[in-house]
Design a protein around this ligand. Structure first.
Ligand code: ADP
Ligand code: MG
Length: 304
C-alpha cells in the first residue's frame, strides 16, 4: 500500500521534499530553519518566511477577526525574530467564502495592519481566492546583518538554554492569538549577547528544542523547576502545547551568567534559564524537583 502523509509525520514529510530544493548560490540556507537565508549585499542577508493559518486548525470562526489578522502576521514576524533579524515587507493571501462579511475582512486587515505598523512592515500585495474555510497565508521578508544571523545549528555542549517568557496553556487562555513577536528581545540578544542557536517556540519547548539539538548535533538537560509556565498551565503543556511564540536560544555559559544578572536588574525583558546543552547528541533529559533525571518522552505538536 502506498505510504500516506500521516505515516511520515509533518517533519518526515518536510525532510522528504528537501531533495527538490533546486539550490542556487542565491540561497545561503534553505529548508530547515525558521526562515530561508538569501544573499542581499556585502553586510546583510535577506530573510524569507511563510506561515499559513486555517480556520478550525489555528483559530475558530468565533475568534475576533482583528486577532486572527494579528496572529497571521505575528507568527511570521516571530520567525524573522528567531533568525535575529528585522521584518520588512509582507504579501497576504486569503481564501474565503463568498458569504463572509466585508467587515470581517476589513477587521482582519486592521489587526494585521496595527502590528505591521508597530514593526515597520509594509503589506505590499497578496492573492484572493474562494475557499469553504478561511485560510490566511503570509509570506514575509526580513533583513539581518551577517554578523547577527542566528541559526538553529550553533549550540555547543556547556551552552545555557533560555526562553523569553512563560509557556503552556496558550490555546485555552487565548494567548496564541494575542502574542507579541519577540523582535526587541532578539535584537537585544544579537547585539549584546550573541546566541549560538535560536528559534521560536511554535510546537512546544520539548519538540522545538529537539530541532536545535538535531541541527547542532548536541543534547540537553532541562530543569523542570526552572521552566516558566503560564497561569493554569502544566509542565506537560509547556513542553508540548505549542503556539507560545517565545524565543528559545542557547548562549555560552559566561554570557549566560551575565544575561541572568542583566535580567535581574531591569524589567524590560525576561530571559529565563531552563537548562544546559550537553554532548549527548539527540538526547533531551529532564531533571525533576527531586533531582531525578529521565528522558523527555513527550511528543511535540505536529500536524500529522
Ligand atoms: P516554523 O514552525 O519555524 O515556521 P516549520 O516547522 O513550519 O517552521 O518548518 C520547518 C522548516 O521546513 C522551515 O525551514 C520551512 O521553511 C520548511 N518547510 C515547511 N513546510 C515546507 C514545505 N511544504 N515545503 C518546503 N519547505 C517547507
Ligand atoms: Mg519558527
Amino acid at each position: 500500500m502506498p505510504r500516506n502523509v500521516q505515516s511520515l509525520g509533518e517533519f518526515g514529510l518536510i525532510n522528504s521534499v528537501k531533495k527538490y530544493q533546486c539550490p542556487t548560490s542565491f540561497v545561503v540556507h534553505g529548508i530547515g530553519d525558521d526562515a530561508a537565508v538569501l544573499q542581499l549585499d556585502a553586510g546583510r542577508y535577506q530573510l524569507f518566511t511563510t506561515d499559513m493559518l486555517i480556520e478550525g486548525v489555528h483559530f475558530t470562526r468565533h475568534a475576533p477577526a482583528k486577532l486572527v489578522g494579528h496572529k497571521a502576521l505575528a507568527c511570521n514576524i516571530s520567525d524573522i525574530a528567531a533568525m535575529g533579524g528585522l521584518p520588512t515587507c509582507a504579501v497576504v493571501s486569503i481564501g474565503l467564502s463568498p458569504k463572509l462579511t466585508v467587515r470581517y475582512v476589513q477587521d482582519l486587515y486592521s489587526g494585521m495592519s496595527a502590528l505591521a505598523a508597530q514593526f515597520n512592515v509594509s503589506i505590499a500585495g497578496g492573492d484572493t481566492v474562494r475557499s469553504d474555510k478561511l485560510v490566511i497565508n503570509i509570506a514575509l521578508l526580513g533583513e539581518v546583518e551577517k554578523k547577527c544571523l542566528v541559526l538553529r545549528s550553533g549550540a555547543k555542549p556547556g551552552d545555557m538554554i533560555f526562553v523569553t517568557g512563560p509557556l503552556g496553556n496558550t490555546l485555552r487562555s487565548g494567548k496564541h492569538l494575542d502574542f507579541m513577536p519577540r523582535i526587541k528581545e532578539a535584537r537585544f540578544l544579537v547585539e549584546y549577547f550573541r546566541p549560538t542557536a535560536m528559534m521560536d517556540i511554535s510546537d512546544g519547548l520539548a519538540g522545538d528544542l529537539a530541532h536545535i539539538l538535531k541541527a547542532s548535533g548536541v543534547g540537553a538537560l532541562l530543569e523542570s523547576d526552572m521552566i516558566p509556565i503560564n497561569p493554569g498551565a502544566t509542565l506537560a503543556s509547556a513542553l508540548t502545547g505549542g503556539e507560545d511564540f517565545e524565543l528559545l536560544f542557547t548562549i555560552p555559559s559566561t554570557c549566560g551568567k551575565e544575561l541572568i544578572d542583566y535580567t535581574k536588574n531591569q524589567n524590560r525583558f525576561s530571559f529565563i534559564h531552563v537548562g544546559t546543552i550537553t554532548g549527548k547528541a539527540g538526547k533531551c533529559l529532564l531533571k525533576d524537583r527531586q533531582g531525578l533525571i529521565s528522558p523527555v518522552v513527550v511528543k511535540a505538536y505536529a500536524h500529522f
